[in-house]
Ligand binder design. Sequence first.
Ligand code: FE2
Ligand code: FE2
Length: 171
Amino acid sequence: MKISNELKAKLEEIYQTFLHDEKILKMKNIPMHRGSNCYIHSFKVTKLAIKRAIRHKKGNLEVILLAAILHDYYLYDWRVEKEKKNEHLYKHPSIAIQNAVRDFGIHEPVKKAIETHMWPINFTHFPSSKEARIITLADKTIYIKEIVCSSRYKKKREQKYLKQIEKLFDK
Ligand SMILES: [Fe+2]
Ligand SMILES: [Fe+2]
């Protein structure tokens, strides 16, 4: 699917606003897999989800953009807050939704896509919309890419990742 320059510019503008938002920047303090952190991970998922949605002509791009950016907006580090560790896998999507509603006022389709992104781990939360399925698949793809990276060169990789997420649409 080819999208209009207008829509492209609108999506890029939303992406840039979130990328530099001080509340979103807090996700940088939450380490994730090997050199990545919650901030990098979320924007990598966003770029991939949007790319696939455009390629396969699926879903509402604005819903996908918001849900991908906010899908892991749970804002705690379960490695530090140990009492959250056991429930993290199952509970973090609903915590991300609560935080996103409080800070950005997201609407129903976005909430739905966030809620089901851990499927099939959260087996009863099946991603029933196109947007939700794109998010859950993009999340798994990025997760796998992150964990198969060696833990060496962590700092270098972080810099590389930050460069990769500077823009939603690469030239
Ligand atoms: Fe997640
Ligand atoms: Fe994720």
